[in-house]
Design a protein around this ligand. Structure first.
Ligand SMILES: Cc1ncc(COP(=O)(O)O)c(C=O)c1O
Length: 403
């Protein structure tokens, strides 16, 4: 008798997220004594603000260590409600909000609750890689729509229109975009909304995780805010990870139609039982507290962005434009492809180039192949200035060594 296969057919083609694989590899190399500079990470080098940590500590001492309501504590839901009103003039009731383990879980719960086999989800590229496998895990098919650099890596209305089929259930709109840093203006979103208004059966997953990491002073707009007619079919998703440098606290949230939120809560009740009680107390302090930290940190990141972009553009074969949001440079490396490394190997793809940079220069970067756009690499500038300078020196040397 042959043993039954270990894995479900659901797992075919699903891999560990590229970010987690890179994190593990960098850690292994460091453990082996290598001085790796990690430009591939989604972590910020800012600490979580002190008053947020103090709130978590106080909550733990007060005994807030039990399960909370599956959908989040009423206090955090109220803080999310107030933040959506303050930042986006969006009015959601408590039954239209759910707190999740990072925005990752909000996105997945929504997809799992709504998708059936053969359904399609439109994902503009370049993209945050987990969107694709989340859609596949939910049994549906991602439909990737390339967004060209000459349009600022933004989705064109005509390309969206062409990608829509009778099977389209969702479109995912991330603003600003990881990995390109593109920031959709209100006008850009209006153009997308115009197409979507012609297709009332399509729902909108608006991912605003980097909404406060923008360099023009106001939170990135989101679709439900600029087109109220889309609000009844939009799920507005965000989280605390990037805005408040709370990556490891794992708090995200979603706001949308009550029926969808109820289904997401049902899934959550059967899977994670909800988010950490201590992290939820911390999130209240972050959302309710003084918000000037957001602008101050964005200004620091802006200076790092400008400096790093200048240095990267001095590297032979690389070019980039400073992004309007996020903390990533999306760097074109077409000028590297076809060159030969000192060990004789030819660099044929951005994945080869990333491997070369890791092995020859001790710099970990994210290959565009995993982000839906080649040949590019993504570099984080949420690092200390000295690290950015050293990383640029290594990149310059590594690029100059190619023939
Ligand atoms: C665009 C985007 N959405 C969602 C997430 C998920 O973040 P978290 O689960 O930490 O809230 C990330 C993480 O990097 C991201 O880049």
């Amino acid at each position: 008798m042959t043993a039954a296969p270990l894995l479900s057919p659901r797992m075919s083609g699903i891999t560990a997220s590229p970010a987690s694989v890179l994190r593990r590899r960098a850690r292994e190399l460091r453990a082996a004594g290598r001085d790796i500079i990690e430009l591939s990470s989604g972590n910020l080098d800012f600490p979580t603000p002190d008053h947020v940590i103090a709130a978590a500590h106080a909550a733990a001492l007060r005994g807030e260590t039990r399960y909370t309501d599956v959908d989040g504590t009423p206090e955090l839901k109220r803080a999310v409600q107030a933040a959506l009103l303050r930042d986006h003039h969006l009015d959601y009731g408590p039954d239209e909000i759910v707190i999740t383990n990072g925005s990752t879980q909000a996105l997945f719960n929504a997809l799992l609750a709504t998708l059936a086999p053969d359904d399609e989800v439109i994902i503009p590229a370049p993209y945050w890689a987990p969107y694709l496998d989340q859609v596949r895990l939910a049994g549906a098919a991602p439909v990737v729509v390339p967004c060209a650099q000459n349009n600022g890596f933004k989705l064109r209305a005509e390309d969206l229109q062409a990608a829509i089929s009778a099977r389209t259930r969702w479109i995912i709109v991330n603003n600003p975009v990881n990995p390109s840093g593109a920031l959709y203006s209100r006008d850009n979103l209006s153009e997308i909304a115009t197409v979507l208004l012609r297709h009332p059966e399509i729902r909108v997953l608006a991912d605003g995780l980097y909404e406060h990491i923008v360099f023009n002073g106001s939170p990135a707009p989101t679709l439900a805010e600029i087109e109220p007619r889309l609000k009844p079919r939009t799920l507005t998703v965000s989280g605390l990870a990037k805005s408040y440098a709370m990556m490891g606290w794992r708090i995200g949230y979603a706001a949308g139609p009550a029926a969808l939120i109820r289904a997401m809560i049902t899934i959550q009740s059967q899977t994670t039982s909800g988010a950490s009680s201590i992290s939820q107390a911390a999130a209240i302090a972050a959302l309710d507290g003084a918000q000037d930290v957001l602008l101050a940190r964005a200004a620091i990141l802006r200076a790092k962005r400008d400096r790093f972009a200048e240095l990267v553009n001095e590297c032979a074969g690389l070019s980039c434009t400073p992004p309007e949001g996020t903390f990533y440079l999306l760097v074109a490396c077409a000028g590297i492809i076809g060159k030969r490394a000192p060990d004789g190997r030819v660099i044929r793809t951005d994945r080869d180039f990333s491997a070369y940079l890791l092995e020859a220069a001790d710099v970990a970067v994210f290959p565009g192949e995993d982000l839906g756009l080649s040949p590019y690499i993504r570099l984080s500038f949420a690092n200390p200035s000295s690290t950015i300078e050293e990383a640029a020196r290594r990149l310059k040397r590594a690029c100059a060594a190619l023939q």
